[in-house]
Structures are given as structure tokens and as C-alpha cells.
Design a protein around this ligand. Sequence first.
Ligand code: BGC
Length: 754
Amino acid sequence: MKKLFAIIMALAALQATAKTDEAKMNRFIDNLMSKMTVQEKIGQLNLPVSGEIVTGQAKSSDVATKIKNGQVGGLFNLKGVDKIREVQKIAVEQSRLHIPLIFGMDVIHGYETVFPIPFALSMSWDMDAIRNSARIAAVESTADGISWTFSPMVDICRDSRWGRMAEGAGEDPYLGSQIAKAMVEGYQGNDLTANNTMLACVKHFALYGGAEAGRDYNTVDMSHTRMFNEYFPPYKAASDAGAGSFMTSFNTVDYIPATGNKWLMTTVLRDMWGFKGFVVTDYTAISEMIAHGMGDLQTVSALALNAGTDMDMVADGFVGTIEKSLSEGKVTMATIDQACRRILEAKYKLGLFDDPYRYLDSKRVTKEIYTAEHRAAARKLATETFVLLENRDNLLPLKKQGKIALVGPLADTRTNMPGTWSVAAASDKYKSVREAMTDALKGKAEVLYAKGSNICYDETLELNSTMFGREMRDKRDAKVMRDEAVAIAKQADVIVACMGEPSEMTGESSSRTNLEILDAQKDLLEALKATGKPIVLLNFSGRTTVMNWEKENFGTILNVWFGGSEAGDAICDVVFGDVAPSGRLSASMPKSVGQIPIYYNHLNTGRPCNKWFQKFTSNYLDVDNAPLYPFGYGKSYTTFAYGAPAISSTSMTEDGSINVSVKVSNTGNYDGAEVVQLYIRDLVGSISRPVKELKDFKRIFLKKGESQVVNFTITADKLKFYNNELQYICEPGDFEVMVGPNSQEVQTLTFSLK
Ligand code: BGC
């Protein structure tokens, strides 16, 4: 009792401090704003791109004049403490009110220590490690002058034609929400004013992953019920976790571009969810509303501001037109003040008014970036993201002996390791797979290498998929390259083939319509197969691809996505068995592009297909409905056995709970991690409910021979959904609860909510 009282008193004291802090902040900002001109207020709403600011010349840059005139609130993608200090000095020393700038960057999966791409991170289902990856990213970015990151990207995606699947956490709202929360916590820590925490920016609000036909920037149209139940949860989770800023998305929502959508930016984000931070647009999203057919620059800028968008990234719409709109009564001073206040508050919370140079300590640059400790964390986490799709002959793990033929267009490339959106990567410091393997096998086994093929035969496609030729295309004849690979394969005991997409074949503006293996690589794999040597296929990709042919022809497939700066070593850790793979798919892998959008948590239809093919049921003539590999799937070197699950009661009330437990045993020959998954189905509802939904999971580590009883608690929270009136409720009735290693192999129990 005494302890409880002490806790309550401590919480009350904390709350009181927060209130005084807020009152102090409000007084400070009131005072500052009372001195600001309209132009200066609008200036705070302006976020131009840093352009080519060269160290030592910042003062003479174009943007410097604007900063002096108080026309800039912040800058982004400017790298390096010296450059940033020069620019900050201009704002602080030469602008009339000395308001510091905020410096942002797309630090979306690590800084110079690069973690696996976000899509890969989500395969780890390891929230502590993901939170820590964001923590490390914040330490490194702030050591280099950046205090605002355009991350986490939490767009749900069920369509792998969309290249930006690489940047998100896959198809599931529950997993996506856990990750969104972990990342915000990692970036922002407990104290935003600390010089090693940074402001998160949740993007892209909203629904960007629903782009029609997977074509980037395309139209999105969906019911509110689907938005709230399936696409909004990760944004809300990030807002609930206290994210300091949100970024608008490029797409339309209900036929109004998100950036100018008041229902989205004000009704949902602020009124319903209580978001208190500021909203920045995506790159030129304001001026893009002209092409969306919403009016001229002045009209769309006013539309954005009135909708609740506070900061204009690059479009020059706010600085260019808002003053005019004010004089014409199209926006009010109160609206401008509100946006300006939100941005000043963020700067205040980051501690920039106390010390505008607090993120500019050159000593930190050498001590805190790309450290041994950070690299070790990235390497370990990368091993957790690889998904072992097949290991039919137990070829993996390989022994460190004999001769290994390492082949493929992705076997000896450093620039393709970190993955898309690695803006602070130093690829020359990272190892290619070839370099890592040579290190790993030194004195034990021999690595023979041949590239074997280019990415694909089509030179233009390769150019467009590699940031316009970042990686040199091999000019040799395709057959010559292939023959060289076959020749070394014949001398080797085993082939390790590094195939798939180059890293920029996913990411922004990298949509594809064909997701099967690329032609030149297919020919190479066929030639390698003809040698009769055992083959380990390492598949690189930033999305789920169509791998029927690979599954049919190759018994050993490890999907390695893009594993970050330490990917080479991490791949070797798994291939040679120092660590057993434990990644689990965060998106269903389709059997055909024609099945897309494909996701496990779908509705049932009135004519569900129980056995393919059946006329007049919901199926295709040429392929069944199941994915090639289901959501949650992934193998290990060891095996896990599930006992029969137990349920503490078969009925519960809304304020009660039920415990579900299952014994999981490591029955194989390796130590390894397993992700135990819990799904729920609401059998009858006032709206049609999905066939199953992930509601909990536990990642556990078991030594060989070990067992553990895994417990899950079901509360009403796990049964709630948004009904057609958008009320968040649970409805009495019968439910199924399913436990298993993936969304397909589950054991089912039932209970009812009274
Ligand atoms: C992307 C955003 C990114 C922004 C700034 C845009 O093109 O859509 O995700 O944060 O650029 O670099």
C-alpha cells in the first residue's frame, strides 16, 4: 500500500513538473511570437532542401540569404557537423530573432552503421532489437548534427509491386504498430532535449502503401472501415508513443490529396488521436496538388495550411503565397500562428533555444559513429532478419571447408549491401559478401568467385534500377560470364549464388509489374544447376517476390533482403551456422503477381474456396489462393514442436481476461529462436471480420533440447475493432484463438465473450 502511494505521489510530481515545463515553454513561445512579423512566422513553416551547400561556402549560398531574412524554419539532408554549424550560425547570429533551424534527414534504418532495410527489420519480430536500432541511429545522427529523422515509415503494404514496401514493416497492422512504437521510442528516448535523442517523423500519412496497382504516387481509395482497422493502426500507435511530427503522403484520401485533407490532418490525427506535434508535407506535396487538380499554388497552399499541415517541404507554397492568402481572407492569422507555434515547440523540446549547437559537438563524430558496438548490434540484428525459405536437404549450414564457388551479380558489391535510403552510408567501409566470406574462411576453405551475369539483359532496366548505373555493368558477353561461373562451379564442392534485385530496384519510384527472377540470373542459375553441384541460393530483395521457379528447382533458399552495413558478415554468420536463421515473413509471398494484393488477414467472401479448383467459388482458374509462403513463415536449422495449447477459460467478460498457453520445444540439433504467434478470429460481427488477425507474438530463444511454456493474455483490447460508425468496440459472441509458428500452421481453440 505504502509502495503504491509512493508511486502515485511520484507520478503526480512528474505530471506537475510536465505542467510547469509546458507553462514555461508556452511563456517562452508567446514572448518570441509577440516579436515575430507575419513573414517571419511564415518563414518558420518553410523547409527547403539543403542543396549543394559546400563547407566554407554556406554564407554565399542561396539558402543563406533566405535564412538571414527569417524565411527558413529548417533544412534537410545536409550532412556533417561543420556544414550544419555554419548554417546554424547564420540563423542564430544573422537573422533578426536568432531562431535556430531544425535539421532533418532520412535516417530510416541507421546512419553510418546501417541496419537492415525496415522491411527486413520487420522479419526479426524482435522489438527490443528494433528499438535499439533506432536508438543507435539517433546516437549517430545527433553526433553528426541531425536532430530530426523522417522515420518511422509505417505504411501498411499488401502489394509488392510497390517498391516502397522496402521501407515499411509489411502487411500486418498489429506487427506494424509494435514496430512503429518501438522505433519512436528508440529515436526519441525519454528525454528529447538530450543531445543523443532525436525527433521522429511518422510517414507517410496516410495510406501511401495502398497505391493502386502498386504504382508509386498512385491514387488510393478505400473505405473508412478498412482505414481504421487495417491501415491506420501503426500511425496511431506512433502517435500514442509520442511521436513529435508526422509527414503527409503524396496520395489522395477520399479524393482529396492527403496534404490538403482536413479530415485526415485535423479530425483524425489531432481531434481523434490527440496528436500534439507538427505536420510536414512530403517533398513538394503542396505544389503536386496542382497536378491533382486542386487549384493553383496559392489555392493549394491555403488548402494545406487550413487542413492542418504546418510545414512545407520544398514546394515554396507557404513562403510564396500565404501572406497573400492572409490579406485576401483565405487563411487566418490564428491558423498561421498555430502552425508556427507547433514548429517552435518542436525546436524548444529539442533544446535548440537553450543551445542551438547542442547537436554539433565535433568530438562526438569520431567517437560515436560506426563504432564497434553499433556494428555488432547491426550484425546481430541482420542475422535475425534473414528468412530461411527452404533447406530441404539440410545443406545449410555449410562447413568451413573445401572449395566454395561464390557467384552472382550481388556477390561482390559493397554499394548494394546497405539497401535503399541509406543516405549516410559509407559503402567503401562495408564488406561485400565475397570479402566477408574470404575473411570468414581464411585458412579453412577456399572461395572461388565469378560474377556470372549482370542483373538482367536489359541494359536500360539495369541502369534505372541502380540509381542510374551506380554499380558498373559488366560489358562482357553474357555467355562468357556464365561459362566462367560454370567453370569455377565445377571445381567447387558447393555453390553459393547471390541473386535477386539490386538495392535500388526497390525504394521510391521503383515499382515493378514482373516479380519473377530476372532473365540473366535465371539463365545463370539453370547453368549452375546443370553442373549437379549443391547450390545455396541467397536471394536479395526489398520486397516479396514470386519464387515458384526457385522453390521448385532449389532446395536451399535464404532470403537476405538488404542487411545493412554489416550484411556481408551477418550472411556468413548464418550460412556457416554460427547463428541459426530466425526471420519470419512479415508479408505473404505471392505465387503470382495476379494474386496481388495478397494478405493473410482477409475477409472470407460469401463463396470461400475450401478446395481448389471449384467453379462458382472465390478462386482463380490457373492458381490457387494460397501464397507460396504465408505470413509469419520461416524455417530454422533446428526444429520446434508445439504441444497442444491450453486455455484458462472458454468464456470471458469485457473487463476480464483469458490465458492461452502452449509448450514449445526445440527438438532439433541447433540452438535457435522461434516466433510463437497468436491469431484471433471473431466469428460473427456487425461487420464482416477477417479470417484471422495477429494479436500477439513472442520471440523466444531455445537451446537444443530445451522447452518453454509461452503464455498469452487475451483482454477485450485484442477483440476490439472499428464498426461501421467508426466506434472502437468489441461485440459479445464466439471467437477462435489460434497458436502456431506461422499464419497457416495453427492449432485452434474457441472461447466466447459474454
Ligand atoms: C519521400 C519521403 C522522404 C522525403 C525527403 C520524399 O520523396 O517520399 O519519404 O522523407 O522525400 O527526402
